[in-house]
Design a protein around this ligand. Structure first.
Ligand code: GLU
Length: 305
């Protein structure tokens, strides 16, 4: 077995010069003030062993990483019927693009671009009594951290500035692909994006995807093995904005990133790995985080290919 602790410590040193590059997301004002020097990384193996380095215990805004959990919730509630309302192809466009949606009649390309995540949020809102509490319970259960919570200041900061998401939601609704009000869908979406988790939480919280859908902590099934395989496939093809091809090439494992600077990767039947560094590259992926994951798969020799 690779010496994960030594590898994480090496990666932290090797990526240090990158922390001054890229830009922290500032279109959500609350994220703009996060110090760019932060760097954390954590690995949890299927037997529950945890390895971590740097600021791996510090909670940050998971943003789009939450889309994996809401997709999980939607598949739990309506299964494959979801695919009548959202596609499974990479978009090749920015995550918040409006253009493709018009050309494709309000059917978002995949559940990880914002348009797709809004449709998924609409599906999740259809599972009463309390979809927010249910999401939080799932994330807490997967991460085995009962203290995990949302950050209302991040949500209201995005709500006050989320004009593009409002445009997307209105647009989708005009095509009849939202059942709930634009107000409720956006409220839920900003809530999910505001969940705060550390690298340790995320590595633990994604381990069910390396474990055929079974939560290693509670032993319960979160998803069926078949559904788990599909989420991993979507993360590989669509999980890192329109850099997913490059990620498959350089990193070689399913990953999901968020504009808070977090990226989580899954190696089926082996481990989950999470990294956090707030400054982003031009595509919206954590710049040092992407490099760290490439170093991780190179140094360990792990890849799904
Ligand atoms: N809440 C962010 C947005 O909708 C999430 C984007 C992301 O992390 O990709 O713009």
């Amino acid at each position: 077995m690779p010496d994960y602790q030594a590898i994480l410590d090496e990666i932290r040193e090797e990526t240090r010069p990158l922390l001054c590059q890229g830009h922290v997301a500032d279109y959500i004002p609350r994220l703009a003030g996060v110090p760019r020097e932060k760097f954390g990384m954590a690995v949890v193996t299927l037997d529950g062993r945890l390895y971590q380095t740097g600021d791996a215990d510090e909670a940050f805004s998971i943003q789009s990483i939450s889309k994996v959990y809401t997709l999980t919730q939607a598949l739990q509630s309506i299964g494959d019927r979801l695919w009548q309302r959202v596609g499974r192809e990479p978009s090749g466009n920015a995550f918040n693009s409006l253009v493709q949606l018009e050309l494709e009649n309000g059917l978002p390309r995949n559940p990880f671009i914002n348009a797709g995540a809004l449709v998924v949020a609409d599906v999740v809102l259809g599972s009463p009594p309390d979809p927010r509490a249910q999401l939080l319970a799932t994330v807490r259960r997967c991460s085995d951290n009962a203290a995990l919570r949302d950050d209302p200041e991040v949500a209201s900061s995005e709500q006050a500035n989320g004009f593009r998401n409002a445009a997307l939601a209105n647009f989708i609704r005009s095509f009849g692909n939202l059942d709930h009000s634009v107000h409720d869908v956006l409220g839920f979406y900003f809530y999910q994006c505001s969940l705060a988790m550390s690298c340790v939480d995320l590595a633990r919280g994604f381990l069910f995807l390396a474990n055929q859908g079974r939560c290693p902590w509670s032993g319960g099934n979160i998803l069926l093995p078949d559904q788990t395989r599909r989420i991993n496939a979507l993360m590989l093809t669509c999980g890192t904005y329109d850099a997913a091809g490059d990620f498959a090439y350089h990193v070689g494992i399913p990953c999901k990133s968020g504009v808070g600077g977090g990226i989580v990767g899954v190696i089926p039947k082996q481990l989950a790995v999470a990294v956090w560094s707030p400054a982003l590259d031009a595509k919206g992926n954590s710049l040092a985080g992407s490099a760290a994951l490439e170093l991780f798969t190179s140094k360990t020799g792990l890849s799904i290919f």
